[in-house]
Every structure is written in C-alpha cells, then in structure tokens.
Design a protein around this ligand. Sequence first.
Ligand SMILES: NC(=O)c1ccc[n+]([C@@H]2O[C@H](COP(=O)([O-])OP(=O)(O)OC[C@H]3O[C@@H](n4cnc5c(N)ncnc54)[C@H](OP(=O)(O)O)[C@@H]3O)[C@@H](O)[C@H]2O)c1
Length: 370
Amino acid sequence: MQQHRRNFLKSGTLLGASALAASALNLLPATVRGSAPAPVKDQTRTLGKGKHSLTINYGMGLGCMGMSWNRSFVPDRKNMISLIRRAYDRGVIFFDTAEAYGPFLNEELVGEAIAPFRNHSILCSKFGFDIQNNKMTGALNSKPAHIREVVDRSLRRLKTDRIDLLYQHRVDPNVPMEEVAGTVKDLIAQGKVMHFGLSEAGAESIRKAHAVQPVTALQTEFSLLTREPLTDVIPVCEELGIGFVPYSPLSRAYLTGYINERTVYVPGNDNRPGLPRYKADAVIANWRILDVIVNFGNERGLTAAQVSLAWLMAQKPWIVPIPGTTKLAHLQENLGSSDISFTQEELTTFTAAIAAIPVTGTRYATPQTK
Ligand SMILES: NC(=O)c1ccc[n+]([C@@H]2O[C@H](COP(=O)([O-])OP(=O)(O)OC[C@H]3O[C@@H](n4cnc5c(N)ncnc54)[C@H](OP(=O)(O)O)[C@@H]3O)[C@@H](O)[C@H]2O)c1
C-alpha cells in the first residue's frame, strides 16, 4: 500500500491544479484523509520473513496498556483515543494491546481509537491468561478451545474482523506448544488472525512453535536494564528470521528518569511495587546506569528515553520497540529516537560503560520465560 502511493507520486501524472489539490490534501491529518499515513522516510522496520512479515513505520509502535491499566493513573478515555489518533497522524501504525489489559478495557479503547483507520494499521493483541469474573487470576490458559473463544471475544471488543499479530502472552506449561501453534494456524486459515507471535517464550518453545506456524515476532522485555535477550532469545530469532518486539523498553519509566525511590504508585493499578527493581534500594543502586545514559544524551542533545530506545534499535534492524505513553509530548520524544544512530565506536563504548555496572534487582519476582 505504501509502495503503491510512492509509485503513484513518482509517475508524475499529477500536474497543475490536481497536483496542488493533492499536496493540499496531504497536509490534512491521515485520520481526516481516511488514508494511510505517509511512510516515514527510511525508518521502516520489518518483523518476520516473507508472507509472515509486517513492516512498521518509525521502526516503533505504541504500547497502549498504560492508557487503561497497570501504570497507576488512568487518563481520561477520550484523551487516550485522541492520543492514539494523533499518533497515527504522525505515522504510527503499530498498536499493542491484550485482553489482559484492564482486563478487556484496553482492547475496547484501542478498537474504538483505530476504527477510522483500521485498514491502515497493524493491530496486535494477546491471549493466554485465565481471566475469571473480569479479574486477572495470574493463572494461564492456552487450551485450544479457550484460544478460539478469546479471539472471538477480542475481535468483538476490537471492532474488527482480524487481529494482525496475535501473541501468546505467556507460555502455558500445561499445553504443548505445538497445539497452541496449530490452533493459531487454524485461526490464520480462517482469516481471524494474520500473523503469530509469542511473548516471553524461551528458545525451545520458539523452535517448537515456529516449526508448526512461522512466528512473526517475539515480544519480550528488553531494555538497557534487561539485556539478557541479546544472548538468549535474539540469536534464535536471528537464526529463524523472527522479528523482536521489546516490551517495557523504558523499563516502565525508570530509564526516562521520571521515577525515583520516592515515587508513589497507585495500589491495585500498578505492577511496579511488586517488581524487585522498583524497590527503593534497587532504584537508587541502578541510578548509576541512568547516569551513564543521561551523560551520553547530554553530550548529544538527547533525552534518556531517546538514548534508551535508540540503543535497542541499534542492536538489530528487525527490533521494533513499543514504548507506552499517555502523553503526546512523550510520544514525540520517543518517535524522535528512530532518527538517532550510534557510530560503532559510540555503541561499543556506551554498551561497555553500561555493562560495567551490575543491575540490582531481578525484573520480575518469578521467572517469566518458559
Ligand atoms: N508482553 C508482555 O508481557 C508485556 C508486558 C508489559 C508491557 N507490554 C507492552 O509494552 C508496552 C510498553 O511497556 P510498559 O508500559 O510496561 O513500559 P515502558 O514503555 O518501558 O514505559 C512506560 C512508562 O514510561 C513513561 N514514559 C514513556 N515515554 C516517556 C518519556 N519520553 N519521558 C518520560 N516518561 C515516559 C510512561 O509514562 P507517561 O504515560 O507519563 O508517558 C509510562 O509510565 C505496553 O503498553 C504493553 O503494550 C507487554
């Protein structure tokens, strides 16, 4: 679709008044034009291979979870719909949600927000939890019948007939991965799902899934504080041609410098108080890492968030972070990081300086990857 538009413009058939009319039309926001946003120059990234691939503007998506869940405050719904639409007007097409976020509320929000440009967006959601009476129980459920029910319900909430990228949220040790992948393969054959993704899957699970239904992307926590994927799952993704989507790429705001040891989280709507890295002692100890990031950014006119996102994108051309935000100013700042490239020397020196400081606190209280 984006390529077609470029060719059309290149063909030079738009002359005189029609050219003026077309360029005036292009000044209108994409939501008003009802068309795809202009491709963002030289900043697209592709997840996955061949017919299983997805190409993403800015090489970055928008994580929508925090607009309704788990990041303490819940902003006004209308403002979040407006933020998603303004993100699209700036070229963002890759939106991340899950039935678990809310639960359910975030899918409803995202579905409504992207409805005007649904056909030009890439909508990602997830299944895999056992949600009882509208509450997350922490239990997993990837039984085939449950996956099928969840997808039908997600489609209704998302107000669409297909999910472009459907992830298994967590590997379910009680259901063989081949069965999960086989169920998603059937959903793809039915047209309800377009691409398959995994989240927090280990190397063996990835290989088993990919053998049944090619995986487009692995979504796993990856940031300057969580660098393990570089050595455990990213090499497997590289070998198999699977894209990588870092979640919590700003380490849930820590890498922006916006939270500190005195930050008060809203009980019941934030997972950070339960995560070891957000305890006051870990927050203070890890400040040395943030100092390296801030100093690197200060010399170059970049914010800590921009350095953190640019570093992730510098690792591989098929890495597509999904920073979450509820603020247009932060969104613009984050999108700005796709313009930034490190020289090889900068990357080596900066990475070595970060690696020299041990990270205090594990990322979760219990291991997530299976
Ligand atoms: N697969 C999984 O298991 C999983 C787990 C967690 C998250 N996710 C996905 O990943 C997405 C992002 O993860 P996340 O929200 O946990 O963490 P994140 O993207 O690392 O951080 C989000 C936090 O950083 C703040 N922030 C963002 N940009 C900022 C900036 N430029 N300056 C200052 N603060 C900034 C946001 O606050 P403001 O709103 O104030 O900007 C928000 O509190 C989620 O929305 C969700 O879609 C997936």
